[in-house]
Ligand binder design. Sequence first.
Ligand SMILES: Cc1cc2nc3c(=O)[nH]c(=O)nc-3n(C[C@H](O)[C@H](O)[C@H](O)COP(=O)(O)O)c2cc1C
Length: 189
Amino acid sequence: MVDNFPNPSLIYDDIWRNLARGSSDPKSEYRWMNLSSSLEHEGSSVRTVVLRETLKDELILRFHSDRRAQKVIQIENCSFVMAHFHDRKRGIQIRMTGNALFASQSVHHEAWSKLSKRQRELYQSNQVPGDPRKKVRACSKEREETDKNFCVIEISVTKIDWLSLDRDAHLRAIFQCDTNSIKAEWITP
Ligand SMILES: Cc1cc2nc3c(=O)[nH]c(=O)nc-3n(C[C@H](O)[C@H](O)[C@H](O)COP(=O)(O)O)c2cc1C
């Protein structure tokens, strides 16, 4: 049995270290982020996105999307989102609450410049994500390569809910990040 709580700052550092690995290692448990957003009168939607970048000091998570996707429309209406991660190997769940917004032009251009030709092609279709489709492959494409349908969304994290289910003890901590210093609190799992 664990009698004393572990040091929350070690857990906090571990969270961001794993997220940083997730944004660069396709084999990491943190590579895929479940993102929840919502629209008034329609409720919330959840989908998987690839975690592209993590900035611990700025408390930022970044992912890519088609600008015309439902999630972007939802975020434009209500910026409050939640990012969910499940580390199955270690029995850890992380829920990060935050505000989502378009990344700056410089971040956008840098991300676009790093995409492969194939990745860029995903953003060239004239067909809008979610629209009905009659053929497997999109047929109408932009004549010239354009990044107008591509966007980088960044989540500014305000709160982290960390849960660890372990044989010895179940632990749950809340990290409030919307103040100057990070405030950690243990709560009942
Ligand atoms: C493994 C996996 C990774 C995905 N990565 C992304 C991603 O990085 N960005 C994205 O917009 N959609 C990604 N998707 C697709 C989304 O889950 C979702 O189906 C799509 O973006 C439309 O969602 P929306 O209509 O809620 O906007 C991914 C799906 C899977 C299965």
